[in-house]
Design a protein around this ligand. Structure first.
Ligand SMILES: *[C@@H]1O[C@H](CO)[C@@H](O)[C@H](O)[C@H]1NC(C)=O
Ligand SMILES: *[C@@H]1O[C@H](CO)[C@@H](O)[C@H](O)[C@H]1NC(C)=O
Ligand SMILES: *[C@@H]1O[C@H](CO)[C@@H](O)[C@H](O)[C@H]1NC(C)=O
Ligand SMILES: *[C@@H]1O[C@H](CO)[C@@H](O)[C@H](O)[C@H]1NC(C)=O
Length: 415
C-alpha cells in the first residue's frame, strides 16, 4: 500500500509546468507532422467522416456478425445504440491519477458532463458495463500488452482508471519513456504494458529518401516492429491497433527495397496509397504473430477509429463541439474510414482463419462504427490550458468518456 501511495503522490506532485514540458513536444510533434501532411496533401474529401449515404448493406456484406472461436454468437454486439447511463462515470479525474493532461477534460474546464453518461446497448442483448472485480479474477497471474499509438495508450489509461475502483497499480516501468509504461497490480499479479509501435512495422524516422525539409517515416512493410514482435511471448493478451499515423508522409519498403511513397512529390517515384501501407502493416503484424511458435496468448484487433473534425480541417478551425452521440441511422461509414476499416477487416479475417487452423485465438474489438457515433467524446479545446491556442483535439478521447466502453467489450471478449 505504501508504495502505491508513494507512486500516487509522486505522480500528483508533478506540477503543471513539468507535465507540459513532457506533453508539449508530443503534441507539437503531432501538429508539426500533420502540418506537413496538409502542405503537401493532394486532395481531401470535404466531409471525410459523416455522410448520409447508406452503407448498412455493404457493411453487412463486408463483415457480417462478429465471428467467435466457436462460431456461435446469439447477438451482434456491434449493432445497437448509445443509451443514457446515469451511473456513469465510474471514476473522476481526482480518483484516477493516470489521466494524461491532454485527455483530462474536466481539469481544463469542459462544462458539460453528459458525454460521460452513455453506455452501448446492442439491439438483441445486453453488454454489461465493465466490472473491475470480474476483470481481475479473469486476468489473475496474467499480463496484457497494448501495441499501438496514443489512442492505444488512451485505451490503456481508461482501463487503469476503471480498475482504480479496486486497485491502483504500481508503476514498474523500466524506462522513463511514457510510451513504454509498465503497470503491476500486486493483489492480482497482473501486469499491463504499452508497447509503442504506431505503424506496427519496422520504421525509420526522418528517412533520408524523403523530400528535403520534410519528415518522412520509412516503413518496412514486410518486417514487424521488433519493439513488440520479440516481446509478445511474455503476454497472455495482446491488443493490436493502428490509425492516424498512416496519414503522414511515408516511404514504403519491401524486401529492403524502396517501393515508393505517400505524399512523396519526387519525380519518378511511385505514389502509393494510404491504404497500401495500412493493409500491409496489419498483414505483416498478423503473420509475425502467427509465425511466433512460442507465443500462446490471445490476440485482439481494435479496429480503426475516425477523428471528428467538423467545420474545417484539424488546423484551420475544425472542431468537435457536439454534446450528444449520434443514433445509428444518423451516420454511416464511408470514404477513407470505410477503406481503412475494410482493409484491416480483410487482413484480420484471413489471420483469424489461419489462427483457427493452428488453435490460436484472434478476436475483434470492432469499435469503428460505434465510435463514429461519438463526436461528443473528444477533448476539443479542453485538453490544455485555455490560453494555449493549439488546434482542437478531435482524435483522442476524454477520460472519463466514451473510450471507457471499450473495456465493456474487452471483458466480454476475455472469456
Ligand atoms: C479535476 O477536475 C477539477 C474540475 O472539475 C479540477 O478542479 C481539478 O484540479 C482536477 N484534478 C486533477 C487532479 O486533475
Ligand atoms: C505471477 O504470475 C506469473 C505469471 O505471469 C508467475 O510466473 C508468478 O509466479 C506469479 N507470482 C506470484 C507471486 O503469484
Ligand atoms: C524522371 O524520368 C525522366 C524520363 O524517364 C528523366 O528524363 C528524368 O531525368 C527523371 N528525373 C529524375 C529526378 O530522376
Ligand atoms: C497561460 O496561463 C498560465 C497561468 O494561468 C501562465 O502561467 C502561462 O504562462 C500562460 N501561458 C501562455 C502561453 O500564455
Amino acid at each position: 500500500m505504501e508504495q502505491i501511495n508513494l507512486a500516487k503522490s509522486q505522480n500528483r506532485s508533478l506540477n503543471k509546468k513539468s507535465v507540459f514540458q513532457i506533453t508539449l513536444p508530443i503534441i507539437l510533434f503531432t501538429i508539426i507532422t500533420l502540418q506537413l501532411v496538409k502542405n503537401i496533401s493532394i486532395k481531401r474529401p470535404s466531409h471525410p467522416i459523416i455522410s448520409t449515404s447508406s452503407y448498412i448493406k455493404d457493411h453487412d456484406e463486408v463483415i457480417g456478425a462478429p465471428p467467435t472461436e466457436t462460431g456461435i454468437r446469439k447477438c451482434d454486439l456491434y449493432s445497437g445504440e448509445w443509451i443514457p447511463n446515469m451511473e456513469a462515470p465510474y471514476y473522476t479525474n481526482d480518483t484516477c491519477w493516470v489521466i494524461q493532461e491532454h485527455q483530462n477534460c474536466m481539469k481544463y474546464g469542459r462544462p458539460d458532463t453528459e458525454f460521460m453518461k452513455w453506455r452501448w446497448k446492442p439491439n438483441d442483448c445486453e453488454l454489461p458495463v465493465f466490472d473491475p472485480n470480474r476483470f481481475f479474477e479473469m486476468v489473475r497471474g496474467k499480463s496484457m500488452a497494448f501495441v499501438g499509438d496514443s489512442v492505444a495508450r488512451n485505451q490503456m489509461q481508461s482501463l487503469i482508471c476503471l480498475l482504480s475502483r479496486v486497485e491502483h497499480p504500481l508503476d514498474v516501468s523500466t524506462s522513463k519513456d511514457d510510451n513504454f509504461k509498465r503497470w503491476y497490480y500486486q493483489s492480482y499479479n497482473f501486469t499491463l504494458v504499452i508497447l509503442w509501435s504506431p505503424f506496427l512495422v519496422k520504421t525509420l524516422e526522418n528517412d533520408p529518401n524523403g523530400r528535403t525539409g520534410k519528415t518522412f517515416w520509412g516503413l518496412h512493410l514486410d518486417e514487424a516492429d521488433d519493439v513488440w514482435k520479440d516481446e509478445i511471448d511474455k503476454y497472455e493478451y495482446v491488443m493490436v491497433s493502428a490509425g492516424q499515423w498512416f496519414f503522414r508522409p511515408l516511404i514504403y519498403y519491401e524486401k529492403g527495397q524502396f517501393m515508393g511513397c505517400r505524399y512523396c512529390e519526387i519525380d519518378n517515384l511511385t505514389e502509393y496509397s494510404l491504404l497500401h501501407g495500412y493493409r500491409s502493416a496489419f498483414r505483416t503484424a498478423f503473420r509475425a504473430i502467427l509465425e511466433r511458435e512460442s507465443f500462446k496468448g490471445k490476440v485482439y484487433m481494435r479496429t480503426f477509429v475516425p477523428a471528428h473534425f467538423e467545420g474545417g480541417e484539424w488546423d484551420n478551425g475544425g472542431d468537435c463541439t457536439r454534446k450528444r452521440p449520434y443514433k445509428s441511422n444518423e451516420v454511416h461509414l464511408e470514404g477513407e474510414t470505410l477503406d481503412l476499416y475494410t482493409a484491416q477487416m480483410e487482413e484480420f479475417n484471413e489471420a483469424q482463419r489461419l489462427a483457427q487452423q493452428r488453435g490460436r485465438s484472434f478476436q475483434l474489438l470492432d469499435m469503428t462504427r460505434i465510435m463514429l457515433m461519438r463526436p461528443d467524446g473528444h477533448p476539443s479545446t479542453y485538453g490544455r490550458p485555455a490560453n494555449l491556442t493549439w488546434p482542437s483535439d478531435c482524435v483522442h478521447w476524454c477520460l472519463p468518456g466514451p473510450i471507457d466502453s471499450w473495456s465493456d467489450f474487452l471483458l466480454e471478449m476475455l472469456g
